[in-house]
Design a protein around this ligand. Structure first.
Ligand SMILES: *[C@@H]1O[C@H](CO)[C@@H](O)[C@H](O)[C@H]1NC(C)=O
Length: 350
């Protein structure tokens, strides 16, 4: 078992193991839909009974291996004249987040956000004035609907948390689009451990002047205890079934030192979409960034050279502080306590 597999299995808790689905997300090169002509060559039909009037065509010279004929006999890309099938990545650029949507699962592929000490101190937005809304920029037939979540038993789980976008009402509202949601287990996860994890990410701004977070769902394979084979299986909510229920969620955290070309402390976490006891250490869910990449088919830091990388959980204590749900609801807008991480561990050592 490779190192990252072990890591993901650990991160996935006992419930779900994880091999890595190397699902490559490749839109491929979107070739110009060819107005190119289909090469039709006219050949003389030889009639065996007739006397040849033209010399027989020269025997075709076999092309060297791998050579591409100048005039291919077919034009597969010509089908684009009827429309490009996709996939389409539905990039959404809102003031609070940037996201890409998976039309098959009706969940985002990833949602990216940026928080700073200053952005978290601003208080222009109040979640009591925000409403969950379908994302009308997604074609109707691929959209997640409010009714899909109704009585599904799952929360509409923000990927970019509303509390990270309280710097304006518009910013907060924009986190309430269903393209920023996935079905999440409520008690014990969305309202508890996951919320503490989001709080951990906010508290990072007491150490780093700029923090970027990419969040999204995973659908990890699970080993069948009967035949030993690995299969991906997930619930789909809605009538008719519409929105996939992810088995796991990831966050990739980029904690920046604020200097141009400076150091970036990276941390990646994979949590099961399930009740997690509050006493479970956050570090149990830490995985190499590459494990999230293999599992999601995405790449997160391909342009970040190794010399600029640091390891987040070697610099700060990657641990949650449990705040009860009721307490958080009473004081939803308090800035992250500067003492937060600092009180827990020295920034230098683990
Ligand atoms: C959408 O998610 C499903 C389930 O993980 C996956 O099979 C599919 O390839 C994804 N679509 C794209 C365009 O990546």
């Amino acid at each position: 078992m490779s190192k990252f597999t072990i890591a993901v299995v650990a991160g996935a808790s006992a419930a779900v193991g994880a091999a890595t689905t190397a699902a490559l997300y490749g839109i491929g090169s979107k070739k110009e839909s060819s107005a190119s002509t289909i090469a039709t060559t006219t050949t003389t039909v030889s009639n065996p009974g007739a006397t040849r009037t033209t010399p027989p065509p020269p025997a075709p010279v076999p092309l060297p291996r791998n050579a591409v004929p100048l005039q291919p006999p077919v034009d597969p890309a010509g089908v684009f004249q009827y429309g490009f099938p996709g996939p389409v990545s539905d990039i959404r650029n809102a003031c609070s987040l940037t996201s890409s949507f998976n039309r098959t699962t009706r969940n985002p592929h990833w949602v990216a956000e940026h928080i700073t000490p200053a952005s978290l101190l601003m208080t222009g937005g109040d979640r009591r004035h925000s409403y969950f809304a379908e994302d009308e920029s997604i074609p109707e037939k691929f959209r997640a609907k409010l009714k899909d979540y109704f009585r599904s038993g799952y929360d509409r789980g923000h990927q970019v948390p509303a509390a990270d976008a309280k710097w304006s009402q518009e910013a907060m509202d924009s986190t309430f689009a269903l393209s920023n949601m996935c079905p999440q287990v409520g008690d014990g996860f969305n309202r508890d451990y996951w919320a503490h994890f989001e709080d951990f990410c906010r508290r990072l701004t007491s150490f780093y002047p700029s923090v970027r977070i990419v969040t999204g769902p995973l659908y990890l394979p699970k080993r069948d205890p009967v035949d030993g084979k690995w299969r991906v299986s997930y619930e789909v909510v809605g009538h008719p079934p519409n929105v996939a229920v992810p088995t796991h969620f990831y966050k990739v955290v980029f904690a920046e030192d604020g200097k141009t070309g400076g150091k970036v402390s990276l941390g990646a976490f994979v949590l099961p979409n399930d009740r997690i006891p509050n006493d479970k250490p956050l570090q149990d869910f830490e995985v190499p960034v590459e494990a999230v990449e293999r599992a999601s088919g995405l790449e997160f830091a391909s342009l970040l050279p190794p010399a600029r990388r640091k390891k987040l959980c070697q610099e700060v204590s990657c641990s949650i502080i449990v705040k009860e749900y009721a307490e958080r609801q009473r004081t939803p807008l308090t800035p992250p306590p500067a003492k937060g991480i600092a009180a827990q561990a020295s920034p230098i050592q683990k």
